[in-house]
Design a protein around this ligand. Structure first.
Ligand code: ATP
Ligand code: MG
Length: 301
């Protein structure tokens, strides 16, 4: 196995006596989109800044593309595309100037990919960045992060300010990026987006990782729902005996149930009652995610 692009071992960053990141250990596998979630102030951006070597950890270590970002060896950064949560770009320059400068620094000689990104996002390269709207500035930031085709993309709330069509375009770009064997760390408050694009998710709360799992295995744990309709009156009490099933509502000719785990036993039990219609909804991770966002009183600022 190759070394993972990012691994954190009990990474801690304190500001004064307050631990913004508290013994975070996690591994971002190669060739995947890794979703990084958590409420405001949970420690996402602080973790990310440690990864880029912008903050020095108080204790613990980070390895990024085989380097320790805290040691000052900045060579790994050439292979990282970073979009900060708060983008600071020179206001007086136009996007075209910033892209050209960045391209020179990164040694991007073939600009075809950057041009294609500019087209896809409809980035305005002609006006000074200082006069662009938040979303339009963000488009320039996205082009900057992706244009050198870095091995690792570290994106701190990349879709904040983007309109829905561009969010779809961005999701497609993420999928192409990982299909190419490259890796994305995506911090986001857009839970739908994360469900759609991420392979794995970590949730951080008050500086600590409270969930770190694949989307598939989280889905398998979260209840799916099914609604079954009959053309005759049915006693559905037997369904409650199927392992993993909870009957949430019932009338003589309909039943709604939730289940987690494998669908086979549920289908067999339902089929035996001779239904006329069945609709099933895939597991939605929103409820699970929201649960981790709630009840943060007294923990995060
Ligand atoms: N430079 C700093 N000095 C002091 N405290 C800081 C500094 N940077 C971050 N913090 C604190 O660290 C905690 C984590 O902040 P961080 O920006 O990492 O959160 P976040 O998860 O990115 O939140 P958001 O979703 O709002 O972007 C907060 O309590 C914040 O006030
Ligand atoms: Mg942040």
């Amino acid at each position: 196995m190759s070394t993972p692009p990012i691994s954190l071992d009990r990474l801690t960053k304190a500001f004064g006596s307050r631990r913004a990141v508290d013994e975070v250990s996690m591994t971002v596998p190669e060739g995947q989109v890794f979703g990084f979630l958590g409420p405001n102030g949970a420690g996402k951006s602080t973790t990310i800044r440690c990864l880029l070597g912008l903050y020095h950890p108080t204790s613990g270590t980070a390895r990024v593309l085989g380097s320790d970002p805290a040691t000052g060896d900045a060579a790994f950064r050439r292979e990282v595309g970073y979009l900060p949560g708060e983008l600071h770009l020179p206001d007086r320059l136009a996007g075209a100037d910033v892209l050209a400068r960045f391209g020179r620094i990164r040694g991007v000689h073939d600009t075809a990919y950057a041009d294609a990104l500019v087209d896809r996002f409809g980035a305005d390269l002609s006006r000074p960045l200082g006069v662009l709207s938040k979303g339009n500035k963000q488009k320039v930031g996205l082009v900057l992060a992706f244009m050198a085709r870095p091995r690792l993309l570290v994106l701190d709330e990349p879709t904040s300010g983007l309109d829905p069509l561009l969010q779809d375009e961005f999701s497609a770009l993420l999928k192409e990026t990982v299909a190419d064997g490259r890796t994305v760390l995506l911090s986001s408050h857009d839970l739908d987006e994360v469900q759609r694009v991420a392979d794995r998710v970590a949730i951080i709360r008050a500086g600590r990782v409270v969930v770190d799992d694949t989307i598939d295995s989280l889905r398998a744990r979260v209840p799916h729902t099914m609604e079954v309709t009959f053309d005759h009156d049915v006693d559905t009490s037997c369904l409650a005996d199927v392992p993993g099933v909870t009957v949430t509502s019932t009338t003589p000719r309909t039943v709604r149930l939730g289940w987690s785990g494998s669908v086979g036993p549920v289908l067999s039990a339902v089929a035996a009652l001779r239904p006329v219609d069945v609709t099933a909804r895939p597991a939605d991770l929103d409820e699970l995610f929201h649960g981790y966002y709630r009840d943060t009183e007294g923990e995060a600022a």
